[in-house]
Ligand binder design. Structure first.
Ligand code: ZN
Ligand code: ZN
Length: 150
């Protein structure tokens, strides 16, 4: 993520915190910055490892709790769960994911046609759809290359 869009996201974060009556703590800011810097759908553990380099005494619990808070106020979102762990997403607009079945890498894609797919009527199930994201599974270029070499 480039410097300007990162700054915009940090400004948005401060505004959002204020509107939710949440204090803008150093920890919240650093954890958001870490997610923005990793920028590749990191797991909470990956965020913890990276955030520890910036705040050495930060606890895993704090990181997990802060990620929950940032998700709740929609500063970041939770992406799909290709492995067993939740992946956090810095993109908050409608987009879709390519998920590698070999390395669990998650790659963003935007596609107008996917944005417009018809949503089935789920009212008979008592389920209200708020949002959706399409997940396309396959093999990423790196894994494909490794496969071809072996
Ligand atoms: Zn892969
Ligand atoms: Zn994404």
């Amino acid at each position: 993520m480039d410097k300007l869009s990162k700054q915009k996201r940090l400004d948005l974060f401060e505004k959002t915190c204020r509107s939710h009556g949440l204090p803008v703590t150093i920890q919240r800011r650093v954890i958001l910055e870490t997610v923005l810097d990793l920028d590749n759908h990191p797991t909470a553990d990956q965020v913890f490892v990276e955030a520890s380099k910036r705040i050495p005494d930060i606890s895993r619990t704090t990181v997990y709790r802060t990620l929950d808070t940032l998700t709740r106020i929609s500063v970041i979102t939770k992406a799909c769960h290709p492995g067993s762990s939740v992946r956090y997403d810095t993109r908050i607009d409608v987009h879709h994911h390519l998920v590698c079945q070999s390395c669990d890498d998650v790659i963003d894609i935007s596609d107008d046609r996917l944005d417009r797919i018809p949503i089935p009527d789920t009212s008979s199930l008592g389920f209200e759809v708020n949002d959706f994201s399409v997940q396309l599974r396959g093999i990423c270029s790196r894994c494909k290359q490794k496969e071809d070499q072996s």
